[in-house]
Design a protein around this ligand. Structure first.
Ligand code: ADP
Ligand code: MG
Length: 380
C-alpha cells in the first residue's frame, strides 16, 4: 500500500514522541508556539517568503499538471475520456482537531487523507491538491514546516501533486482547507444514488477505532492536566491512537475493485459513522437496508477497549466516525469476486424503500437505524 515503508515508520515514531511532546510542550517551552526567540516568527519571512519556503520542495509528477504553484492559478489537462472529481474539506482548530495531542505533522497528513478519501469514495483516483491555511501569530515557521512535512509525506505516498493554495492570517487558531482533484472514467464514477434492491452492502477495513483513539487521547489530556509529569501508556491502544492521529485513505480499494472487475453500484466514505453513511446511501438511492450487527468488523483493540470503557462496540462502530473506510453496494452477481477478500466485509443487503433501514441485532431483533446510532424506542 505504501511506496515508501521507511517513511511511514518515521512518521509512526514521530507520532509516539509527538504525543508526549505536545502534552508537555503546551505547559512548558513550546517548540511550535512563539514564546521564545529561538523560533522563526512568520513576520521574519513575510507572506511571499513563507509560501516560497513551505512549497519550494514540491515537484509535480503528473502529466495532467501543466502548471502548479507559482502563478495566479494552476493549470490542469485531464486525459481524454476522463471526468474530473473535486472535493473540499475544512478543518478548524478547536472544532476538528486539538493541537495538545495532534502533532502538526500528523495534522498535515490527516488533512490530506480526509480529502483523498472523498475522491476514492467516488471510485476515482486523486492526482492534485490545493492547501489553504489561515494562521495566527502564535505559530512559528518551524510549526508550519512540520505541518507541511506531513502534507509532503502524504503527497508522496499517495502520488499527489500539491498545485496551489492560499495563505492568510487569522486572529486566533489554525484553519485549513484542502481541495482534492481526481479523475475517473464516466463508467467508473460511483455515486451515493446507485444502490438497488438485493445489492450487498460491503465495507473495507474495520470500524470504531478512530473514535476510541480520540477517547484515549482526551483521557490522557485530562490526566496530563492534573499531573503534567504523568507518562501516558499508549501501548495497549496503539492501533486506536494511530487510526485517530494518522488515518490512511483507502487508495487500494478502487484499484482492488478494478482488478476484481467490480464496479460498486453506490459508494461513500465513512467519515461520520456507519449508520449515518448507510442512511445517506439509502436516502440517495431511495432504498431500504438491513445491516447485521454480528457482521460489523471490529479490531480486537476496539473490543477490549470498549469493555474497559464499558461502551457498546456496535454503538461505537455505528456512531464513531473518522474511520475513512469505504462503504459500498455491489450487485449480488459480484459476490463471488469479493467474498474471499480479507479487506472487505459484507455487512448487509439493500431492500425495498418501504422496508426501511434497520439494524438486525445479534438477538435477531430489527431496530430502525437513525443518523446517530439506532432508535431503541421504535423496536418492531
Ligand atoms: P494570489 O495573490 O494570486 O492569491 P499567492 O501569493 O497567494 O497568490 O500565491 C502564490 C502561489 O502560491 C500560487 O500559486 C498559490 O496557489 C500558491 N500558494 C499560496 N499559498 C499556498 C499554500 N499555503 N500552500 C500551497 N501553495 C500556496
Ligand atoms: Mg493567495
Amino acid at each position: 500500500m505504501f511506496q515508501n515503508k521507511k517513511e511511514l515508520l518515521v512518521l509512526k515514531r514521530t507520532f509516539l514522541n509527538g504525543y508526549m511532546y505536545f502534552c508537555t510542550a503546551n505547559k512548558k517551552s513550546d517548540m511550535f508556539e512563539n514564546k521564545d526567540d529561538s523560533r522563526t516568527k512568520i513576520s521574519q519571512l513575510g507572506e511571499f517568503g513563507l509560501i516560497d519556503h513551505l512549497t519550494k520542495n514540491f515537484t509535480n509528477t503528473h502529466k495532467s499538471t501543466i502548471k502548479g504553484i507559482g502563478d495566479d492559478a494552476a493549470v490542469l489537462s485531464p486525459e481524454k475520456g476522463e471526468q474530473m472529481v473535486i472535493t473540499t474539506d475544512m478543518l478548524v482548530e478547536g472544532v476538528h482537531f486539538d493541537l495538545s495531542y495532534m502533532p502538526l505533522k500528523h495534522l498535515g497528513y490527516k488533512t490530506v487523507m480526509v480529502n483523498l478519501s472523498d475522491v476514492y469514495a467516488m471510485n476515482a483516483v486523486p492526482h492534485q491538491i490545493t492547501v489553504s491555511i489561515a494562521i495566527s501569530n502564535r505559530f512559528t515557521v518551524e510549526a508550519l514546516e512540520e505541518f507541511y512535512a506531513g502534507i509532503a509525506t502524504a503527497a508522496k505516498l499517495y502520488n499527489i501533486d500539491v498545485i496551489g493554495g492560499d495563505t492568510s492570517s487569522s486572529t486566533t487558531g489554525l484553519m485549513i482547507s484542502v481541495t482534492a482533484i481526481g479523475t475517473a472514467s464516466k463508467e467508473k464514477i460511483t455515486y451515493r444514488s446507485g444502490a438497488k434492491e438485493n445489492d450487498l452492502l460491503v465495507v473495507s477495513g474495520d470500524l470504531g477505532a478512530a473514535y476510541l483513539g480520540l477517547q484515549i487521547l482526551e483521557r490522557e489530556k485530562k490526566v496530563f492536566e492534573v499531573n503534567p509529569n504523568a507518562q501516558p501508556d499508549l501501548e495497549p491502544y496503539t492501533y486506536l491512537v494511530e487510526r485517530q492521529l494518522k488515518p490512511e485513505a483507502r487508495q487500494d480499494i478502487p484499484k482492488l475493485l478494478a482488478d476484481l472487475e467490480v464496479t460498486p453500484t453506490a459508494m461513500i466514505d465513512i467519515s461520520d459513522g456507519l449508520s449515518s453513511e448507510i442512511i445517506h446511501i439509502c436516502k440517495n438511492s431511495e432504498v431500504g437496508c438491513n445491516l447485521y450487527e454480528d457482521k460489523i468488523p471490529l479490531d480486537p483493540q476496539v473490543i477490549s477497549t470498549c469493555e474497559e470503557f464499558n461502551m457498546d462496540s456496535t454503538t461505537v462502530a455505528l456512531n464513531g466516525g473518522e474511520d475513512y473506510e469505504l462503504l459500498f453496494t455491489i450487485d449480488t452477481n459480484d459476490y463471488p469476486k469479493i467474498k474471499a477478500n480479507p479487506h472487505l466485509t459484507v455487512l448487509g443487503h439493500i431492500t425495498d424503500k418501504k422496508e426501511g433501514i434497520h439494524l438486525v441485532t445479534r438477538a435477531n431483533t430489527k431496530i430502525p437505524l437513525i443518523a446517530r446510532g439506532w432508535n431503541a424506542t421504535e423496536e418492531n
